[in-house]
Ligand binder design. Structure first.
Ligand SMILES: Nc1ncnc2c1ncn2[C@@H]1O[C@H](COP(=O)(O)OP(=O)(O)O)[C@@H](O)[C@H]1O
Ligand SMILES: N[C@@H](CCOP(=O)(O)O)C(=O)O
Length: 293
């Protein structure tokens, strides 16, 4: 039996649609695997009632297929599905690391990224790797067609998840097909600023680089209370606020000293529009961790 703790992730960070992602210290999924002649999956924990155990419909089933590694796989969900914290990706990344070790496939974490992304293709229609990459590698990741670039970072964040849910597949449906050149120019500048901020562990630069005029405005329309929560977080000291992944979670970047006040202000602002929510006070952290029982 092998166990992996695979962290939640926040993708896009505004200016890096389908490119940027960060691993979070918490929450996380725990995946346990045991060799078997055919794959069987059980799911417990946060939102498990919405997650299919059929291997053809679960992201970890796609990973077991891709690695030709049948197993009994137990998933204990810490990351709630369809909340914008890469829930399906955490399971896929955790399963990829665990099954690679269980069957001694010898693949590196970088080589496991496209395999784990097969799970994302199953649930959202596209094998976007911006959640599985940070869940496997940790820190801040940049995914392009040429591969993944990773840098460690410890930026403090607050991820506030409303009780509502948005499917990534639906939220991908509102992404525009093209954008005006001036918006592209702005976004490139912001993405570059954010990248420098991550390498310097500078929450002010990261926050400044999160603005995006192309994808985020389309998605905020799907999130009740987004503007109120964003305003509240900025007033409490957040250096940047954006949609976490495809939403409805909202991510605030901040200095550590402001984290608690920001978390409270975001929950209160959701409350003000009649929506319950939970705020994780966390930071950018390490990738999936393997334990041999
Ligand atoms: N192991 C898994 N963990 C979470 N969700 C899964 C898993 N396998 C399949 N799913 C399905 O994926 C969908 C959630 O994925 P998605 O909409 O991309 O949100 P998230 O950002 O939480 O991954 C749900 O329909 C859920 O049933
Ligand atoms: N780049 C993807 C990221 C989806 O993240 P999730 O945590 O909502 O699954 C997108 O924006 O569609």
């Amino acid at each position: 039996m092998l166990t992996v703790r695979a962290p939640a992730t926040s993708a896009n960070l505004g200016s890096g649609f389908d490119v940027f992602g960060v691993a979070l210290e918490s929450p996380a999924d725990v995946i346990r695997v045991e060799r078997a002649s055919e794959t069987r999956i059980t799911v417990t924990g946060a939102g498990s009632q919405y997650i299919p155990e059929d291997p053809d419909q679960n992201t970890v089933g796609a990973v077991a297929d891709a690695l030709d590694a049948p197993a009994h796989i137990k998933i204990d969900k810490g990351v709630r599905p369809s909340s914008g914290l890469g829930s399906s990706a955490a399971s896929a990344a955790g399963a990829a690391l665990a099954l690679n070790a269980l069957y001694a496939r010898g693949l590196s974490r970088e080589e496991l990224v496209p395999i784990a992304a097969e799970g994302e293709a199953l649930v959202s229609g596209e094998a976007h790797a911006d959640n599985v990459a940070p869940s496997l590698l940790g820190g801040f990741t940049i995914v392009t067609d040429d591969g993944v670039t990773q840098v460690d970072s410890e930026i403090p964040v607050v991820a506030c998840l409303p009780e509502t849910s948005v499917s990534t597949r639906d939220a991908r449906g509102v992404v525009p097909d093209s954008a005006p050149l001036e918006d592209v120019v702005d976004t490139v500048g912001n993405a570059a600023t954010l990248t420098v901020g991550m390498t310097r562990n500078d929450p002010v630069l990261v926050g400044r680089g999160m603005n995006d005029a192309i994808v985020t405005p389309q998605r905020t329309a799907l999130i009740d209370g987004y503007e109120q929560v964003r305003e509240a977080a900025l007033e409490a000291g957040a250096t940047g606020v954006t949609v976490s992944g495809a939403g409805p979670g909202i991510l605030a970047v901040c200095r550590e000293r402001d984290q608690r006040a920001i978390a409270g202000s975001m929950v209160d602002a959701f409350d003000g529009v009649g929506i319950e929510s939970r705020a994780y006070q966390t930071r950018v952290g390490e990738g999936a961790r393997l334990y041999r029982d």
